[in-house]
Design a protein. Structure first.
Length: 115
């Protein structure tokens, strides 16, 4: 599947994820962990919500590694398989400082009940 075909099916691009994460960093949107905190899952997938988006972010020994997937309320979806193929993983598109700020926010995120 080409990038053009992928975008035609209205999938969420890595760039859209970066915009969303930068809004969290700027304090415009709130991030919450779902079911377990960042620290509870020392190495593995952490589910979070930002506004109407559901994300799965991989925590690698308490370090932000990559965004595994994202689903919007309107049903659009994006995942690391496609981003890897197009060389556009969201965390890699952010600056080191943004990654550090996002890690801090993930550690501080309140935990809400499972969906």
């Amino acid at each position: 599947m080409t990038d053009l075909e992928w975008n035609q099916d209205n999938s969420i691009t890595a760039e859209e994820v970066v915009v969303l994460l930068r809004r969290v960093i700027r304090g415009e949107l709130r991030i919450v962990a779902v079911g377990a905190s960042w620290d509870d899952i020392y190495a593995g997938n952490v589910r979070v919500r930002i506004d109407d988006y559901k994300l799965v972010i991989f925590n690698d020994c308490n370090q932000l590694d990559y965004v595994d997937s994202i689903t919007a309320a309107d049903g659009r979806h994006g995942d690391s398989d496609h981003w890897f193929l197009s060389n556009t993983e969201p965390v890699d598109l952010m600056t080191d400082e943004e990654g550090t700020q996002l890690e801090r926010l993930l550690m501080e995120a309140p935990v809400v009940a499972e969906d």
